[in-house]
Design a binder for this molecule. Structure first.
Ligand SMILES: NC(=O)c1ccc[n+]([C@@H]2O[C@H](COP(=O)([O-])OP(=O)(O)OC[C@H]3O[C@@H](n4cnc5c(N)ncnc54)[C@H](O)[C@@H]3O)[C@@H](O)[C@H]2O)c1
Ligand SMILES: [Mg+2]
Length: 342
């Protein structure tokens, strides 16, 4: 039977098209939802929604060892909201996060004005602070939750225009906010952070801030200043924090880091001249910085969990989710390859 044209057109709007590779069509679909409020509202009806309570994501435990972010359908969320006495209009506050490989639009929604325990009971999950949740989740799922939280936080802190002081209005997807008084469009922001794993050829340099848990050492990092290149930021931060000059900077990879407020981490490897490895640590920034041998790093990588109170002191490294961990592992691999090649 022929479908009416209106239905065909609405179908085109609410599903990724099938003309290109599935990745391309998903990316174009998400882009369309950001620009078309009507298509976005329709996509929400068929989409999945991740709930947050005052920026803490709702997680479920499919089994004793696994945590996963709870994904709800729009009608599930409506039921939960209705059970708790809400009229469901909050659903309009949902923010688009992306699109799953199953072509389903993904949204996040903060239900912070409802009673936390009541939502947990109705949805059979637990709201867990992102600082904990991020590391409980598999590395494949943590970025989705951290992106959702970052977008929700941005909306909560961007309600007014910096130029006119008037309230801003969001589009349906939540990908931008607009001030009709000053005609300013605001987009979600990230701060760029440069991270360097510095090596002298046989050792690597790690430091710790006073706020780090006991025994944790990480790669040197710092926020990029306005107008700086990545390379300039890395050279400045290493000079400021440990008094060394670096060279041979090579880019590794990047990640979104939700702590404390949405940073865009850019990870690099760098070298110091073996003749200039004497550290001069700025104790206003770092409590300690040291050179670590390959043996020390290999041992530290084997530490599976942070030491508990009363445990003997040990050195441990950032968890797998962190870019610093990746840089350290890449360095170990490079060392192994160069030892094998000698
Ligand atoms: N994912 C990872 O592997 C990884 C590794 C290292 C650091 N980090 C993160 O990188 C971030 C920056 O590292 P850092 O603390 O060494 O930076 P840093 O050395 O630049 O020192 C932080 C200080 O810089 C100032 N600052 C300048 N611009 C800022 C901005 N846009 N936002 C906030 N503060 C700003 C503040 O005074 C702040 O206290 C931290 O949030 C840390 O969590 C992540
Ligand atoms: Mg720093």
């Amino acid at each position: 039977m022929l479908r009416p044209l209106r239905l065909l057109l609405s179908g085109l709007k609410t599903q990724p098209s099938r003309c290109c590779s599935s990745f391309v069509s998903r990316m174009r679909y998400v882009n369309r939802l950001k620009e078309d409020d009507e298509a976005c509202a329709a996509a929400l009806k068929d989409g999945s929604i991740f709930l947050f309570h005052r920026l803490s994501p709702l997680l479920r435990r499919p089994d004793a060892r696994t945590f996963s972010p709870a994904a709800f359908t729009c009608s599930d969320v409506q039921l939960v909201l209705q059970r708790l006495g809400s009229d469901g209009s909050q659903l309009k506050e949902a923010v688009l996060i992306g699109c799953s490989e199953q072509n389903q639009a993904q949204f996040c929604l903060d239900v912070g004005e409802l009673d936390q325990a009541a939502v947990e009971e109705a949805s059979q999950g637990t709201f867990i602070d992102l600082r904990k949740a991020f590391f409980l989740l598999p590395a494949t799922e943590a970025p989705l939750v951290s992106k959702g939280q970052a977008l929700l936080r941005w909306h909560q802190t961007s309600r007014f225009c910096g130029a006119s002081g008037q309230p801003t209005q969001r589009n349906r997807a939540g990908s931008q906010r607009f001030c009709s008084s000053s005609s300013t469009v605001y987009y979600p922001k990230m701060s760029a952070v440069a991270v360097a794993l510095v090596s002298d050829g046989s050792r690597c340099l790690l430091g710790r801030q006073p706020s780090f848990p006991r025994g944790l050492y990480s790669a040197l990092a710092g926020f990029c200043d306005m107008g700086e290149t990545l390379e300039e930021a890395l050279c400045r931060e290493v000079a400021e924090e440990v008094g060394l000059e670096i060279q041979s900077i090579s880019y590794s990879s990047s990640q979104h880091w939700p702590f404390p407020h949405s940073s865009f981490m850019l990870g690099c490897h760098a070298l110091v001249s073996p003749a200039h490895t004497q550290l001069s640590v700025d104790n206003s920034e770092l409590e300690d910085a040291r050179w670590f041998t390959m043996d020390e790093i290999t041992r530290a990588l084997q530490v599976k969990a942070p030491p508990r109170r009363g445990d003997p002191p040990i050195i441990w490294l950032p968890p797998k989710h962190a870019l610093a961990n990746r840089l350290i592992r890449e360095w170990v691999e490079q060392q192994r390859q160069s030892e094998g090649g000698e």
